[in-house]
Write a protein that binds this ligand. Sequence first.
Ligand code: SF4
Length: 214
Amino acid sequence: MFDNSLNLLIKPASSDCNMRCKYCFYRDEARQRKKSSYGVMNSETAENIIKKSLAVSESCNFCFQGGEPTLAGLDFFREFTSCVKKHKKKSQKISYSLQTNGTRINNEWLKFLAAEKFLVGVSIDGPPSEHDRFRLDPECKPSFYRIFSNSRKMLSAGIGANVLTVLTDENALTAGNIYNFFKKTVFYTISIYLVSIRSIGAVFSSAAKITRLH
Ligand code: SF4
């Protein structure tokens, strides 16, 4: 039977990002394009996306990603969800998700994300010793404590927060440490993003060690 649901991946701040992760390939990809960033999506484009999506689906998930999607600003997101409410039929089911580096989540964001029931994925690469090897701010400063603290605030505010961890050749051999670190937290799920084929072997080797621990 045809499932009339739609998942949209939206980049409201184009390729813009306020972090300088060492392994980021998107920055380089963006630089190769004719126009590296299209800036913040305007209201007209957002409304077009919403109207067209709602016209062809019974349930719709709007997923925001970047770069860093929160750079579009909270007002963009408020306007977006209001516009969805304006155009949706009563029977249509709507859900939202956000993949963020977690640096910009303040109280206003917490209230909004909780009220609109966003599912939030936060990029954290494990404990500070792992995370801060790669995930640096524009001044090359570590970002772990700010992001981890914001993630905990999201969980306390009742927001569904998951973790996305990037495994590279450099940290794949310590996947066991990363896994054990997250096991002690209360995140709902952990997703692993592999940035190189070579890291797969290392992950399997670490996974075997993890399995032996249990
Ligand atoms: S947060 Fe994501 S988009 Fe931004 S620099 Fe890091 S990997 Fe790249």
